[in-house]
Design a protein around this ligand. Structure first.
Ligand code: GDP
Ligand code: MG
Length: 442
């Protein structure tokens, strides 16, 4: 399966000291085969592989001290991005009752998911929930919803097989309004395959109810078929989200990777078991972990970086201890560490969503570009200049500025920042250096 194949690629790469054209091609082919075998939709595979290739051959990986690890990071990030990047929450911010309409084929897990959602909304969001079944074709379906709603501790609005789905839904909505329910969950009938009458019925329910959320429920085991079904529903219904069920089974992962790209609707929940507790808010990043077959892939990459940074810090400490000066080479090393840590926007990614929004106004990429420019300036110097910055006078400054493609003032600014850093280093006590440097990186 996908996890096994990808983690094999990951393991092979971990042994590689450097990335070459050849092993990059090999790795990309492996990833491509793994995705196709996992039943990921072909356009999605092409897009993913192209993006991984672009990043893999970019500075981020090739310039890294641990290209294998950095590449794993790239694959992880691209998998996360294709699933929508950030977790998408249910939007229930309307005047109550908020209506959630469920759509999907028979057996996808709609009724079970209504029960799970009722429990989830009650326990996590403190919502008063009413459920109703518009599945008038199978009397057992209405009973099934009554049972799971009871287990969830939510309220159930009874319906019968001789009623019209739209009438049932309207009556339930009326009841929810007059009984102060926060959320109305509307279960619907599915078919074994796409069917015109079913589509007309669900479209009609949507028109009548104007739900806040229209969730497409789909069985993860269906792979590409799941995606094709999603596309068909998407044509008649403005889906706001997807519930991917049966992720606890041995699904090949293809549906999770394809659904968002193909339908534009984010996966909001994952079904991970038949019981009512088997529902999880969907996190693209965690799913990417799962697909890569290693829950700790990200921390692994981070640790590799930390190890390298610590090694550098110790080398620097030893150098200063031996009476050598902190020079521009060391300064460049420090800047390099900053960008390997993922830079400022990398740190931003780790913040909770509400902080990310608040910080969105501040231009993080500007700060990162600044670091890149500083590195470019240092790399435009000769080794002699880097070791002995006092050599750098006006004419050398002009040459360096031209080489780095920046105005001379920026070279001056870098040199004065370096001066500050250098005098700080001088003042520092020898023993505390490595510790302090770790502290600086936060
Ligand atoms: P519906 O026809 O769409 O309403 O589907 P149901 O809710 O009746 O579910 C069909 C079958 O799938 C039932 O046997 C459920 O127990 C099972 N099911 C639903 N969700 C999950 C899940 O996340 N994991 C597993 N293992 N089974 C599930
Ligand atoms: Mg059902």
């Amino acid at each position: 399966n996908l996890s096994q194949r990808l983690s094999k690629v990951v393991k092979t790469l971990r042994g590689e000291a450097r990335l070459t054209e050849a092993n990059t091609q090999e790795m990309l082919r492996e990833i491509r085969v793994a995705l196709l075998e996992a039943d990921v939709a072909l356009p999605v595979v092409r897009d993913l592989v192209a993006r991984i290739k672009e990043k893999a051959l970019g500075q981020e990986v090739v310039g890294s001290l641990t290209p294998g690890q950095a590449l794993v990071g790239v694959v992880h990030r691209e998998l996360t991005a294709i699933m929508g990047g950030q977790a998408a929450e249910l939007d229930l911010s309307v005047r109550p009752p908020a209506i959630v309409l469920m759509a999907g084929l028979q057996g996808a897990g709609k009724t079970t998911t209504v029960g799970k959602l009722a429990k989830w909304l009650k326990e996590n969001k403190k919502k008063k929930v009413l459920t109703v079944s518009c599945d008038v074709y199978r009397p057992a379906a209405i009973e099934q919803l009554r049972t799971v709603t009871g287990q969830a501790g939510a309220d159930f609005f009874p319906s019968t097989a001789d009623q019209k789905p739209v009438d049932i839904a309207n009556a339930a909505l009326q009841w929810a309004r007059t009984h102060y329910h926060d959320v109305l969950l509307v279960d619907t009938a599915g078919r074994l395959a796409i069917d015109e009458q079913m589509m007309r019925e669900i479209a009609e329910l949507h028109r009548q109810l104007q739900p806040s959320e229209t969730l497409f429920v789909v069985d993860a085991m269906q792979g590409q078929d799941a995606v094709n079904t999603a596309k068909a529903f998407r044509e008649v219904l403005p889906l706001t989200g997807v519930v991917l069920t049966k992720l606890d089974g041995d699904s090949r992962g293809g549906a999770a990777l394809s659904v968002k790209a193909v339908t534009g609707a984010p996966i909001k929940f994952a079904g991970v078991g038949e019981k009512l507790t088997g529902l999880e808010a969907f996190h693209p990043e965690r799913m990417a972990n799962r697909i890569l077959g290693m829950g700790d892939i990200v921390s692994l990459v981070e640790e590799a970086h930390k190890a390298v940074d610590q090694e550098e810090a110790q080398k620097l400490a030893a150098k200063l201890k031996a009476g050598n000066r902190f020079d521009l080479n060391d300064f460049a090393g420090q800047l390099g560490q900053m960008s390997r840590m993922g830079g400022l926007s990398g740190l931003l990614d780790k913040l909770p969503a509400q902080f990310q929004q608040a910080a969105a106004g501040a231009d993080m990429s500007k700060a990162e570009k600044q670091v890149k420019r500083m590195q470019a300036i240092i790399y435009s110097m000769t080794p002699g200049e880097r070791a002995r910055p006092e050599l750098i006078k006006a004419s050398r400054k002009r040459r360096i500025a031209t080489g780095a493609g920046v105005p001379v003032q920026e070279v001056n600014r870098l040199l004065s920042q370096f001066d500050q850093m250098q005098s700080m280093m001088k003042k520092m006590q020898k023993g505390g250096l490595a510790k302090m440097m770790r502290g600086m990186k936060g």
